[in-house]
Design a protein around this ligand. Structure first.
Ligand code: MTE
Ligand code: CO
Length: 445
């Protein structure tokens, strides 16, 4: 079984690597004049997107001064939706996966539709999912968290035990280290959702590990923690004790309700600002030790092969990053005049301090408006009004965090790390707005 899963994971890894190395079969178009590489992956989901929105034609009978059809009849009763769902006209706002990137649905990933969301909260049903062995179904009555190793008292907690501790309620982003992994060598996927959508941002309710540890006590030799999931993938990661005691949380709720099964119901580890892989879902055990455990997920995976043949390891922090969500490949500009450019920025090192936006491929920059609340290790929303009169634009955004770290260009990143990585691509993306208002993911040459 374990071998099988490792094989699937290897498959997904090789596929990601293939795309990072530009080995995909998809045709690329080289634009000589500006030397742009356009991502041309033919994604049926995107085609579907435009089809659906185009087919929603206006019915003139519903427009003023007529009485619209929904006014002349009774609406639906309160018993129709015990658990509410979005409007049927929003059925295009969904998680999507890339079929050819998917080894199997159990060892797979889908993407948050960030281009369709407002503000900074990701609705629970739209949070991207990354599973290495499928979604476990756990009856909360059978849930136990075991704490063992270099503690004074080894203990086992039920879910109710955890809920009796003082609680914390904080917003954090979770980003998979492989977000944008397919874009290392060139633009591959013509979609904001597929290039930036392995991120979500929710309010977590849970207990801080520093509080829980008051109960178990800690031996002075304890320097590392092994976090272990109870799903079939046997997900395990080592986390240094400083991080565990600083801001790590065991969460049982997101955005006010119980965790979704796909997000680790009934309890997951929250490791603010650090790569998603460490946020162990369906958490069953924390073992305190005196050295890192060197698990598969921190040796063979989640390391970056550098040009000199060495590999970076323990690359935990997610560096500052931003993306323009509209206009974007899924969000064409539909008419001339004033528009609100919208985007998201985040940093694993703290708060976003500033976001700059360029409409000419990085020659000139303007400062975007950051919207409250701007919280540490959480998505931040930015907007910038701009006028479009049918001209070509090269739209970029650049995040700067409170440590003054500046989001790099892809050239700067490649100079440091080469092109063999699939993890930690936080480079500035470029969206090319064409004269007809459509938008492409391009790479400036
Ligand atoms: N925890 C367990 N137990 N099993 C998993 O497969 N996937 C990891 C992490 N925790 C995983 C896990 C990865 S790679 C990521 S990016 C995040 O969970 C994804 O969290 P999400 O599915 O809530 O978006
Ligand atoms: Co991940």
């Amino acid at each position: 079984m374990v071998k099988n899963i490792q094989c699937l994971e290897k498959c997904l890894f090789l596929k990601l690597l293939g795309f990072a190395l530009g080995k995909n079969k998809n045709k690329k178009i080289r634009l000589n004049r500006r030397q742009l590489l356009v991502g041309t992956a033919s994604l049926s989901a995107i085609a579907l997107t435009s089809k659906i929105s185009n087919s929603q034609e206006t019915n003139p009978n519903n427009l003023p001064p007529n009485v619209p059809e929904w006014t002349s009849e009774l609406g639906v009763g309160v018993d129709a939706n015990p658990y509410g769902m979005p409007s049927e006209f929003e059925n295009n706002v969904i998680r999507r996966n890339v079929e050819w990137l998917t080894a199997s649905t159990e060892s797979s990933v889908n993407f948050t539709p960030i281009q369709d969301l407002e503000g900074i909260v990701t609705p629970n049903g739209l949070c991207f999912e990354r599973h290495h062995g499928g979604v476990s179904v756990i009856n909360p009555r059978d849930y136990r968290l075991m704490i063992n190793g270099l503690v004074d008292r080894e203990m086992i907690f039920t879910l109710d035990d955890l809920k009796r501790f003082p609680q914390t309620n904080k917003f954090y982003f979770l980003e998979c280290a492989a977000n944008g992994g397919m874009e290392w060598k060139g633009s591959q996927l013509n979609g904001c959702q597929y290039t930036f959508g392995m991120v979500h941002n929710v309010q977590y309710t849970g207990v801080k590990l520093s509080d829980l540890i008051l109960e178990t006590g800690l031996k002075s030799k304890a320097k590392w923690v092994l976090a272990e999931g109870s799903d079939s993938s046997g997900m395990t990661r080592s986390i240094p004790i400083e991080k565990i005691l600083d801001d790590c949380v065991i969460a049982w709720a997101m955005n006010g309700e119980a965790l979704r099964p796909e997000q680790g119901y009934p309890a997951r580890l929250v490791v603010p600002g650090w790569e998603g892989n460490m946020w162990v879902k369906w958490l069953r055990r924390l073992e305190f030790g005196d050295m890192p455990y060197m698990t598969r997920e921190e040796t063979s995976k989640y390391t970056d092969l550098l040009p000199d043949g060495k590999a970076r390891m323990f690359t935990w922090v997610m560096d500052a990053k931003s993306v323009v969500t509209s206009p974007s490949p899924e969000k064409s500009i539909l008419h001339k005049g004033i528009h609100q450019l919208r985007g998201l920025a985040w940093s694993g090192r703290g708060k976003i301090k500033r976001v700059d936006v360029s409409l000419d491929g990085g020659k000139n920059w303007q400062t975007a408006k950051l919207h409250d609340p701007v919280m540490s290790k959480s998505l931040a929303r930015f907007t910038l009004p701009f006028e479009w009169n049918g001209q070509e634009l090269l739209v970029q955004s650049r995040a700067i965090d409170e440590t003054n770290y500046v989001q790099p260009t892809i050239n700067e990143l490649q100079k440091l790390r080469g092109v063999n990585s699939i993890y930690h691509n936080n480079s500035i993306a470029t969206w090319k707005v064409n004269k007809d208002g459509t938008v492409d993911n391009v790479r400036l040459g």
